[in-house]
Ligand binder design. Structure first.
Ligand SMILES: C[S@@+](CC[C@H](N)C(=O)[O-])C[C@H]1O[C@@H](n2cnc3c(N)ncnc32)[C@H](O)[C@@H]1O
Length: 290
């Protein structure tokens, strides 16, 4: 008779696997070189701005207590600190904090770095004025648990801000392209780009938020000379892509097929301007806690 798996132990093992995945390669380079604009866009959408200093906490940056969930190397946390907020950057993968600390020091701001699973945040109820996540919380596998934590640690009348890749946009399609090459996710784990679907996020947050604003936007990614250069960059630096290649490493045909599929994806999204220029779509979602 097979043993019933212990759910707590199974979740610990899953999170350890996720941490190892995000620690490999060079995610801080991806954040700094491909999507550095997204953190400031989210911070601005949350109403965090520098200067002034007369508004209530949360109305602008100065004095606001901000939590960046799944902060990585601080793509949103550092701009929030630059806006004058007191910022905690939390992430499952503390290996990314070293780069974050260096970047924060270069920009002359202080950020507190805390290892934390987005599904079990080590913070008090109502502790933050603003809780935000830039293409971050979407990668926690249990969406309702993560959403409940965002709401729990945000004070009533505070702001929740989320920037997430959409299912139909480039990154959503990239994850879908890699999926058949990877082992199936465990039962109950949900696909990250669902957080890019407004209706899904509204359902997760329910009537615990008001004043929802959601809009789809794109970020231009034009640093790659060819679809193959894009593919090789991600193959070397981006944890989920490295994991997909590892899963088929002993099968040259599957590896070649993944090579083709990723280059083809970039070719399809290329706006055709000589080098590869792509618009990557995301959902920018903000709401006030009721
Ligand atoms: C695409 S990166 C985004 C990082 C950063 N917010 C940015 O904009 O560059 C996704 C992040 O989610 C983190 N992550 C994945 N699962 C998580 C979980 N269950 N709890 C907290 N962080 C998680 C990873 O460690 C990684 O830093």
């Amino acid at each position: 008779m097979s043993e019933v798996p212990d759910p707590v132990e199974a979740d610990r093992a899953l999170k350890a696997k996720h941490r190892a995945m995000w620690a490999q390669g060079d995610y801080p380079a991806v954040a700094a070189e491909i999507i550095p604009d997204l953190g400031p866009i989210l911070v601005e959408a949350c109403g965090l701005r520098g200067g002034g200093g007369t508004g209530a906490p949360g109305a602008e940056g100065r004095g606001a207590r901000v939590l960046d969930v799944a902060a990585g190397s601080g793509n949103a946390a550092i701009p929030a600190a630059l806006a004058g907020a007191s910022v905690v950057a939390s992430d499952l993968t503390p290996e990314l904090f070293e780069a974050g600390r260096r970047l924060a020091a270069e920009r002359g701001v202080e950020v507190e770095w805390r290892q934390a699973d987005a599904e079990a945040l080590p913070f008090e109820d109502d502790e933050f004025d603003t809780v935000l996540s830039c293409v971050g919380v979407m990668f926690a596998p249990h969406h309702q648990a993560a959403a409940d934590e965002l709401v729990r640690v945000c004070r009533p009348g505070g702001t929740i801000g989320l920037l997430s890749w959409t299912p139909e946009g480039f990154l959503g399609q990239m994850l879908a392209t890699m999926k058949p090459y990877m082992p199936p996710p465990p039962p109950g784990a949900q696909p990250p780009p669902l957080w890019g679907d407004e209706a899904h996020v509204r359902t997760l947050l329910g009537d615990r938020v008001t004043d929802v604003e959601a809009r789809k936007q794109t970020v231009l990614v034009d640093r790659f000379k060819s679809p193959e250069e894009f593919r090789d960059y991600f193959k070397a630096r981006y944890g989920p892509t490295i994991a997909a290649y590892r899963a088929v490493a002993d099968d040259p045909d599957r590896t070649a097929a993944l090579d083709r599929d990723l280059a083809e994806l970039a070719r399809r999204h290329d706006k055709g301007s000589g080098s590869t220029a792509m618009e990557w779509e995301y959902l920018l979602f903000t709401a006030r806690t009721a």
